[in-house]
Design a protein around this ligand. Structure first.
Ligand SMILES: [Ca+2]
Length: 115
């Protein structure tokens, strides 16, 4: 009987790449976020995600606004400094404070309870 090692390695690789893909995108986006807002007091997963560990499908209001703004782009998951800046004057979470003002103040642009 042939040992199914090739099949097993293929499975491991597909699982590893499948989970690492979104994580890499998020790490790149954190980097571009810090380039856009070098003085930001808070630049973590919760800036765009609801959870403390950014996961697919748990975007907060700010993350959803960024996703929507970029939805038609070929590189929809890769956010640039310009992508963040384009939403500076908007108020993603509707708490009366613009996204850029919240980022500068250290409050969460995606959480209406944080302003
Ligand atoms: Ca706001």
């Amino acid at each position: 009987m042939r040992h199914p090692r090739g099949w097993f390695i293929g499975l491991i690789l597909s699982v590893a790449l499948g989970t690492a893909g979104p994580a890499w995108a998020t790490m790149d986006n954190t980097k571009s976020f810090k380039q856009a807002y070098p003085d930001a007091k808070v630049a973590g997963c919760k800036t765009c995600h609801q959870g403390t560990v950014g996961k697919k499908g748990d975007l907060n209001a700010y993350g959803l606004a960024l996703q929507k703004a970029k939805a038609e782009a070929a590189d929809a998951k890769k956010l640039t400094v310009e992508d963040y800046k384009a939403l500076d004057a908007e108020d993603a979470d509707g708490d009366g404070m613009a996204n850029a003002a919240e980022i500068t103040a250290g409050t969460n642009p995606g959480d209406p309870a944080s302003k």
